[in-house]
Design a binder for this molecule. Structure first.
Ligand code: UDP
Ligand code: MG
Length: 314
């Protein structure tokens, strides 16, 4: 493979990856340096409680072109990614996980695809969802199915393992929303893209930082950020229940007039419960959007950086 003259940035969010981060960075470094002369590796420590930050600082002593940032607390992967991207200055930017689930061996191929085939986004899509449990496989299928339907973007097999051209990063930077869903934003911007398939690797060490609750939160956040369809469903349900109540009202009145009114206690209770739950669900849906608006209006910074460090002679 030919070497390239352009500068490449690698952006990696890391949370509780202290045990292996140094070795992982060495592998990533060797893969990038095999094809690039100018590059930088930016690792964002997302307020890890373990020794991730100490390990990163130690790594800057031996890994050239390594820049590390520490966020003031745990802001979550999406925002850690934002911090990394806003500090990247390469002509192409590669985003990957710290746990080696995104094989660094693909880096030269990604860079080549970008350079030779003149594409703006190289997306690595999951061929096999690794050794994921059935539960998370179903969860992922459901999540991507719903969000693809709601937004008309294709998310099947999507991962954050991507290469972006500088102009895509600029487009991304111009999106000022606080409710960031990176995959969705990159789908939204358009540009010429190409896919590379990859097999998700096993996590080198540690455990996944996601649980059912945080995944549901991400799913709600993604839907709210990219679709107003749930709000429309609320209106549609409203219209339907209104029509139903008109019909039921006419029927009840008619029975009353002809003197055949019966004591339908069960029906009343059931209707009460159903309607009350529909109202609660609808209020909750509207509430999610109001919360999202509230967060945008506050205009707080997306994240705060508490420390920075880089290779001495950089
Ligand atoms: N991560 C992060 N902040 C968090 C949780 C995760 O920066 O609050 C990072 C983590 O270090 C890893 C990437 O996001 O580099 C993906 O996380 P993980 O491996 O836990 O998720 P999974 O691979 O199971 O989707
Ligand atoms: Mg992982």
């Amino acid at each position: 493979m030919d070497r390239i003259n352009e500068k490449v940035s690698i952006v990696i969010p890391a949370y509780k990856e202290g045990t292996h981060i140094f070795n992982s960075l060495r592998v990533i470094d060797s893969m990038v340096s095999s094809i690039c002369d100018y590059y930088e590796i930016i690792v964002v420590d997302d307020g890890s409680p373990d020794d991730t930050w100490e390990q990163l600082v130690l790594s800057t002593e031996s890994i050239k072109f390594l820049k590390v940032l520490k966020l003031s607390r745990n802001f979550g992967k999406e925002l850690a990614l934002c911090a990394g991207l806003e500090n990247a200055c390469g002509d192409a930017i590669i985003i990957m996980d710290a746990d080696m689930q995104h094989p660094p061996q693909l880096i030269p191929q990604m860079i080549n695809t970008w350079k030779k085939r003149d594409v703006d986004i190289v997306e690595c899509v999951k061929r096999e969802r690794g050794k994921e449990s059935l539960k998370s496989r179903i969860g992922a299928k459901l999540f991507y199915g719903i969000i693809s339907k709601l937004t008309s973007y294709q998310f099947e097999g999507a991962s954050d393992f991507k290469l972006l051209d500088k102009k895509v990063l600029n487009a991304w930077s111009s999106m000022t929303e606080r409710n960031t869903f990176f995959r969705g934003m990159i789908a939204w911007v358009g540009f010429k893209r190409e896919k590379i398939e990859f097999d998700v690797q096993e996590r080198v060490e540690g455990v996944t930082n996601w649980n059912m609750l945080s995944l549901t939160k991400l799913a709600v956040q993604a839907v709210v950020a990219f679709s107003t369809f749930p709000l429309r469903i609320v209106s549609i349900i409203g219209i339907l229940t209104f029509l139903l109540s008109v019909i039921a009202g006419i029927q009840t009145l008619y029975r009353y007039i002809i003197g055949a009114a019966v004591t339908g206690f069960t029906t009343v209770i059931l209707l009460q419960l159903i309607i009350a739950s529909i109202i609660m669900l609808s209020l909750g849906t509207v509430g999610e959007y109001i919360a999202a608006i509230y967060n945008e209006v506050k205009g707080r910074p997306r994240y705060l950086i508490s420390q920075r460090k880089q290779y001495e002679n950089y």
